[in-house]
Ligand binder design. Structure first.
Ligand code: AMP
Length: 284
């Protein structure tokens, strides 16, 4: 049987490549994605290449992490464009599993993570982290990487996955990469293509608001005061705020004030029909 090494859609084919690599003592890194790749994803792939001999990128739009009325059907899918991007930076294997490989008929097991997953995005998208935890667990079991890489763009997701890996004793190191932004500060996201031309011009205000709020926090303002102007600015600009919180960087417990502890400012808001999320570290 000849296997196209560039894309594999069946677990059995993946397993045969993977066991050859293992036999040759190759270290493996996995970058899980939902495709529609952009510079944010590619930065993780480039990082992966520096830490492992073999790099797998998975491309799977995971239905379990979309709620009713969300954008599962519209979510951008273009595997051949993704492959072209990955070819330019060099990837050893793309795992684009058929849905049946991830969720075979009768699938009835779900991983749920409590604690870290409950606030922020978990509060407004209650299905989301269960879906993420389930698919990431399956992708880790399919690919058995030494290292799996996730972006800080989805900061709460990163912490949920770190917790999942610890709790289930999954034999993988989780690494993270920094947020890649457009020149105007907007965090890169596959969903940015949903933005109308006008909304695209407004969208960088989200990052600007984070920076301005952080500056006020660093001068000692309590979060409630530090956030006020930003909340007003964003609502005048047409954003519908979902949450805007200062949190402990490790537990995501909400903080009222920045007092030098590891902290993160996290925001989610809808602009037009696009839900945008962003976050920054608060230090110094
Ligand atoms: P997604 O395809 O949106 O599920 O994202 C796949 C991975 O890419 C996740 O670990 C994301 O956190 C990461 N990612 C997405 N956008 C960015 C970005 N702008 N900068 C860094 N990582 C990102």
């Amino acid at each position: 049987m000849s296997i196209d090494l560039s894309t594999i859609s069946k677990l059995a084919d993946l397993q045969s490549v993977r066991s050859k690599w293992r036999h040759n003592s190759q270290t493996i890194a996995l970058v899980p994605t939902m495709g529609a790749l952009h510079e944010g994803h590619l930065s993780l792939v480039k990082l992966a290449r520096t830490v492992a001999n073999k790099v797998i990128v998975s491309v799977f739009v995971n239905p379990k992490q979309f709620g009713q009325g969300e954008d599962l059907d519209q979510y951008p899918r273009d595997l051949s464009a993704d492959l072209n991007k990955l070819k330019t930076i060099g990837v050893d294997l793309v795992y684009a599993p058929d849905a049946s490989q991830i969720y075979p008929q009768g699938f009835s097991t779900n991983i749920s993570v409590t604690g870290i997953s409950e606030g922020l995005c978990g509060a407004s998208r209650p299905h989301f982290f269960g879906g993420v935890a389930t698919v990431v667990t399956k992708l880790l079991l399919h690919c058995t990487p030494d290292i799996a890489l996730f972006g800080e763009k989805d900061y709460q997701q990163l912490l949920v996955i770190r917790r999942l890996v610890i709790d289930l004793d999954l034999p993988v190191d989780v690494m993270s990469g920094p947020i890649v932004r457009e020149n105007d500060g907007l965090a890169r996201s596959s969903r940015n293509i949903y933005l109308s031309k006008t909304d695209r011009q407004t969208a960088p205000l989200l990052h600007k608001g984070l920076l301005e709020t952080r500056a006020r926090l660093q001068k000692g303002a309590p979060m409630i005061k530090a956030a006020q102007q930003t909340i007003e600015l964003l609502s005048r600009a047409g954003f519908q705020l979902d949450y805007f919180e200062l949190c402990d960087a490790n537990t995501l417990a909400p903080l009222k004030q920045y007092k030098g502890q590891p902290a993160r400012l996290l925001i989610a808001a809808t602009l037009g029909r696009t839900r945008l999320i962003d976050n920054i570290a608060v230090i110094g």
